[in-house]
Design a protein around this ligand. Structure first.
Ligand code: H79
Length: 453
């Protein structure tokens, strides 16, 4: 073990109530909303491909013109309650919102900059409105915060000379003050999702990332912080130089998921975040973004995939510049939520099913409190049949199709069973397995201590 001052704070996953609550959520709603939601990927009549929130960089928009967008941020159709309703419809248990993205624009009236929503025509504190609306519906709120800041004069990508060091020290002080401000103004926030921490400047200041984690935890009991914030004494990110996870959960899965058979990831808490279009986080009105929207059942597949490996799934929404949700995204949320409404007991509060091999046709999940094991069928074999291969010593007393009843199955061997799928039903089928010991003596339920509802 290398001696580290700013490495991981612990060797094992957190087991306190706040962390267990976060772990049980499994489905969250990510929100990217800022000035970039107004041009929505189009500048001077031209669609600019790639992510809408990258527009000012990709289209090299002069800073003054970008800042002038604030005058058009009138919130003509913004209602925090309607956003929160889409999260409820989705079946999300938490929401993570961009308080400040890379362009530096803040959704709350920060005392440390003029570049914020309070200085737009409505002057509203939309962050306060969001916290209130989501929490009123029982949905936990998390704050995304970009450390990277394209606008702040003291931001540096690299530290080449004394001037850079002095400027960046001022920048880190500014960002710390903003984070203290967020913690003070919105003390019910459940966690922070840091982004924009990959530059050499941040990596050379691991102490600051450690100090941010410490400060937030001192001010907000139970607060959950993602690994992306952190760098250690040597600039190692996410995982410190001793191989231990920094922050509370691994947040490196962006627009990608671990291989479904890679059971090693289940040893830590983690979360994957995903766009609905192929690549844009902010609302992009271009045809490419709008024609690559994911099918709700492919999103369901990803949710099951993450749950089966003990991870959360954070699905991103890009509301429009007027404050309204994109109807297509709201409709997708509703379809995913319909599936979760029937099958959510295989997702919420569930996690990795230790001892169960990756089945190829989908995923196994296990409920943390009850020990119930679920088979989620996302890839129907050409035969229309799946094999249930049980761990040694287990037998199957029955199976139940969620949203329906007991379901027929065939025993092929002591621990091998076959199920002919009802392919007339839309969306992935889920079976709850009623397990018994092979000798028939006892019910076999093994709660997974890592996951509780
Ligand atoms: O907030 C979302 C993204 O805006 C942010 N993280 C998620 C959660 C993010 N920041 N950077 N990146 C994602 C990846 C950057 C991709 C880029 Fe490019 C590719 C930057 C440079 C090359 C294309 C070309 C876009 C900008 C230049």
């Amino acid at each position: 073990m290398i001696e580290l001052k700013y490495g991981a704070c612990r060797a094992e996953p957190r087991q306190d109530a706040s962390m267990q609550r976060f772990r049980g959520h499994r489905v969250g709603q990510f929100i990217h909303w800022g000035l970039y939601s107004l041009p929505a990927g189009r500048w001077e009549g031209e669609d600019v491909e790639f992510a809408a929130e990258f527009l000012p960089r990709v289209a090299k928009i002069p800073q003054r013109r970008w800042e002038a967008l604030a005058n058009d941020f009138t919130l003509a159709d913004f209602d925090a309650g309607r956003w929160a309703d889409t999260a409820v419809a989705l079946g999300a248990r938490y929401m993570t919102v961009t308080t400040k993205h890379h362009d530096g624009f803040c959704l709350w009236p920060s005392a440390h900059t003029d570049f914020h929503m309070g200085n737009t025509p409505s002057g509203r504190d939309v962050l306060a409105e969001l916290v209130e609306a989501y929490e009123a519906r029982g949905i936990d709120v998390f704050f995304y915060y970009s450390v990277l800041d394209w606008r702040h004069p003291d931001w540096r990508f690299t530290l080449e000379n004394d001037g850079d060091h002095e400027a960046f020290a001022r920048y880190l002080d500014f960002a710390m003050k903003q984070l203290e401000e967020l913690a003070e103004r919105y003390p019910s926030v459940k966690g922070f999702w840091f982004d924009g921490t990959w530059d050499e400047s941040v990596k050379a200041n691991g102490w600051w990332t450690w100090e941010v984690e410490r400060m937030l935890k001192a001010r907000i009991p139970g607060v959950v912080v993602n690994s992306r914030l952190r760098a250690d004494d040597f600039g190692a990110r996410h995982v410190d130089s001793n191989g231990l996870l920094m922050g509370d959960y691994e947040s490196g899965y962006e627009r990608r998921l671990p291989e479904p058979w890679d059971h090693s990831v289940a040893g830590r808490d983690w979360e994957a975040c995903m766009t609905i279009p192929q690549a844009s986080w902010g609302y992009h009105q271009g045809q490419w973004a709008q024609s690559t929207l994911k099918h709700p059942f492919d999103i369901v597949d990803m949710i099951a995939h993450c749950t089966s490996l003990g991870g959360n799934f954070l699905l991103n929404f890009g509301p429009r510049g007027d404050g309204s949700m994109q109807p297509a995204e709201a409709a997708i949320a509703g379809k995913v939520g319909e599936w979760l409404g029937v099958n959510g007991e295989a997702i919420h509060g569930c996690g990795f099913a230790e001892g169960w091999d990756y089945p190829g046709w989908g995923y196994f999940t296990r409920h943390g409190a009850t020990g119930d094991v679920f088979a989620i069928v996302t890839r129907v074999p050409a035969s229309g049949r799946i094999r249930l291969q049980l761990p040694a010593g287990h037998s199957l007393a029955g199976i139940r199709l969620l949203g329906s009843d007991a379901y027929p199955f065939k025993r092929l061997a002591d621990t091998v069973f076959e199920v002919e799928l009802d392919t007339s039903r839309a969306g992935p089928l889920v079976f709850a397995l009623d397990l018994a010991a092979l000798d028939g003596s006892a019910s076999l339920k093994e709660p997974n201590p890592d996951v509780l509802n």
